[in-house]
Design a binder for this molecule. Structure first.
Ligand code: BJW
Ligand code: ZN
Length: 251
């Protein structure tokens, strides 16, 4: 019986060979990449959506209804993330982007772990949990607050004194068009990897299909099968931090 936590040796060697000669490699990451750092994922057995409702906490309507409740949830997650460190997956990806610009990373994650590991030119589709914006959009620039605990909940806009909101993208909100355009450009690659994402949230999940239709060899790295498994050319099932570390030794 193969050990399901040991990445498939043959698949890893075949993928390493492709990566060595690829002109461009794009990795789209999701919450699974930060799981080993202690950041909870959204879906799955221990995911946030098991105990919390997305429509009560991660939509503009939820914020409009109960900003205090939404901010309590974000304050709890910020405190949790502040104690987390980048893991081997973040470190390997960062080292690849530092080595050559042909390695590119797009993330759906709102933690800063890719940046803290040193990833270059990161495209962040869903914003940052450490960024705040004015809810009324009074014209002030978004600002960063990296404290583990906020001075007040809900926090206030320093310019107009109104409510501040987390600088993340909620369901039903448009992503920053510049980020979407940047991610779309990166789907023009030889190898496109979906790493630690359930591949259900759009438009991020759609980049796999774009990359595929533009001729990329597509790969999934996940602990379990997802909607993407049937679509990709290669699925490597196992902890992504282990898969990437093993792959790194073969490059
Ligand atoms: C491991 C591992 C290990 C664990 N190793 N693997 C039908 C109804 C309503 C809406 C829609 C609809 N159809 C489409 C939509 C649109 C909607 C959408 O896609 N909904 C689907 C869920 C159905 N999308 C949107 O609303 C987006 N906006 C939009 O479309 O705008 C259109 C528009 C245009 C013009 C004007 C107005 C609007 C916005 C989406 C925003 C998503 N936001 C969130 C919250 C961010 C803020 C926060 O963090 O609080 O983003 S939701 C959440 O999901 C978060 C994530 O980035 C995102 C993706 O999740 P991810 O990363 O894949 O995590 P998980 O937990 O799902 O998966 C983790 C995976 O890792 C699992 O597979 C594990 O197995 C694996 N794993 N450990 C490897 N060690
Ligand atoms: Zn304001």
């Amino acid at each position: 019986m193969p050990d399901q936590h040991q990445p498939d040796e043959r698949a890893l060697s075949a993928l390493a060979a492709r990566l060595r000669t690829a002109r461009a490699v794009t990795v789209l990451t999701g919450a699974g990449v930060s799981a080993a750092s202690g950041v909870p994922t959204f879906r799955g057995a221990d995911g946030l959506w098991r105990n919390f409702s997305a429509s009560d906490l991660a939509t503009p309507e939820a914020f409009e209804r109960d900003p205090h409740l939404v901010w309590e949830w974000y304050a709890w997650r910020r405190a949790l993330m502040a104690a987390c460190q980048p893991n081997a997956a973040h470190q390997v990806l960062a080292s690849w982007t530092q080595r050559h610009e042909r390695w590119r990373v797009i993330t759906q994650n709102v933690d800063d772990l890719h940046l803290r590991a040193g990833t270059r030119d990161l495209v962040r589709l869903h914003g940052s949990i450490w960024k705040l914006r004015c809810w009324r959009d009074c014209g002030c620039a978004p600002w960063r607050d990296e404290r583990a605990s906020l001075p007040e909940v809900p926090p206030r806009c320093p310019q107009c004194g109104g409510l501040a909101r987390p600088g993340v993208v909620w369901f039903g909100e448009a992503l920053d068009p510049d980020d979407v355009a940047a991610a779309h450009r990166l789907t023009d690659c030889d190898v496109f990897v979906m790493a630690g994402t359930s591949a259900v949230v759009y438009p991020a999940a759609g980049f796999l299909h774009q990359a595929h239709s533009r001729g990329a060899f597509t790969v999934e790295m996940n602990v379990e099968a997802t909607d993407a498994t049937r679509v990709v050319d290669m699925a490597i099932h196992g902890p992504v931090e282990q898969t990437l570390a093993e792959l790194d030794t073969r490059l």
